[in-house]
Design a binder for this molecule. Structure first.
Ligand code: PLP
Length: 360
């Protein structure tokens, strides 16, 4: 059965990438074995490792004074790793909390230093509060934020201005979906399973001058300095996952690069929000319009009982993984790069029909 996978993560990967993986599974690079059966210290792997770094650098326009490397343990490992690697300078860090992921990151960081919350506390995540409410501390080692909150569907429409303090961004669910200026950041990380690869791998981009000062307790596998220096092969990396990630970056390049991804993301998210906006409150998105995520559109249906019906009818048409995160309920449509315009058209048509049938 052919399905359309709107899952938030692990999420759909480009069809072309999956076909290539299938093709090369038993024989990588003419070696007669799979990449996951190959030493991470052999020249063939080394070549591939360099190629991935090159692709990432090129696609995201990463300046030369930034290291690119990969860690394991998912986004959650990075919540701790960021603090352990960067908290050393002053023992204090500023956190923007705009949804569940940044809330978790702030809580984890508090194990390793003092965390100052930039925004007034809330459990209603509907956008980024006005700058006049921001409480940035002058002695922060870094300022942390989550560029796209995957669960609530809140995306920053700007890069926060934080002066000379290094800015750290969790871009797990929106990296490779639009152009941005890497030089505005100290560290960027992205768990791969949302938009750029299989679960378990995290891409890290770190400014060189921020390396070299980890807390003494930092485990080797989370140490930015060690893993940057050893080019992600300090210990055995998840080679197969890196390989798929490399193919996704290659795919991005072949299919128009960041500009094309950005254009598609805009079109796809506007198509979905447009149905919501035209439904007279039948569908409602709680996030304020300017902060609505281009990757994860979240909404509720006026009569909650209809949500189960929506999900089951969608499933009958092959559209899966549309249920909102268990902590917030409702519906969530994830529109990562691999989702095609045609797939979104099918969903939008269904949403319109469902509305017409069930509005009272
Ligand atoms: C999924 C996600 C995470 C957590 O990733 P894990 O790999 O499950 O630890 C962190 N941040 C964001 C924005 C995410 O979407």
């Amino acid at each position: 059965m052919s399905v359309i996978n709107f899952g938030a993560g692990p999420a759909k990967l480009p069809r072309e990438v999956m076909l290539k993986v299938k093709d090369e599974l038993l024989d990588f690079d003419g070696q007669g074995i799979s990449i996951m059966e190959m030493s991470h210290r052999c020249p063939e792997y080394d070549r591939f490792n360099n190629k991935i770094e090159q692709l990432v650098r090129e696609q995201l326009s990463v300046p030369d004074n930034y290291k690119i490397f990969f860690l394991q343990g998912g986004g959650t490992a990075l919540f701790a790793a960021v603090a352990m690697n960067l908290m050393g300078r002053t023992g204090t860090a500023d956190y923007f909390v705009t949804g569940s992921w940044s809330a978790k990151a702030a809580k984890e960081a508090a194990k390793y230093g003092k965390v100052n919350l930039v925004l007034p506390k809330t459990d209603q995540y509907i956008g980024v509060p006005d700058k006049s409410t921001w409480n940035l501390s002058p002695n922060a080692s870094y300022v942390y934020y989550c560029d796209n909150e995957t669960i609530h569907g809140v995306e920053f429409p700007f890069i926060p201005e934080v002066g000379d303090v290094p800015l750290v961004a969790d871009m797990s669910s929106n990296i490779l979906t639009r152009r941005f200026d890497v030089s505005k950041f100290g560290v960027i990380f992205a768990a791969a399973q949302k938009n750029i690869g299989p679960p378990g791998v995290v891409l890290v981009i770190a400014r060189e001058d921020l390396l070299g000062n980890p807390l003494p307790i930092t485990p080797l596998v989370m140490d930015f300095t060690v893993n940057a220096k050893d080019k992600s092969v300090h210990n055995t990396p998840p080679t197969f996952s890196f390989y798929v990630l490399g193919l996704v970056f290659e795919w991005c390049k072949a299919f128009g690069g960041l500009d094309e991804m950005e254009k598609k993301a805009k079109w796809k998210s506007e198509a979905v929000y447009d149905v919501i906006n035209r439904s007279n409150g039948f569908y409602s998105c709680l996030v304020k319009p300017e902060y609505r995520s281009k990757m994860n559109a979240t909404f509720k249906i006026r009569v909650p009982e209809l949500e189960a019906q929506f999900l089951s009818e969608a499933k009958k048409l092959g559209m899966i993984q549309l249920k909102g995160h268990r902590s917030v309920g409702g519906i969530r449509v994830s529109l990562y790069n691999a989702i095609t315009l045609d797939e979104v058209k099918v969903l939008v048509k269904f949403m319109e029909e469902f509305y017409n049938k069930n509005k009272i």
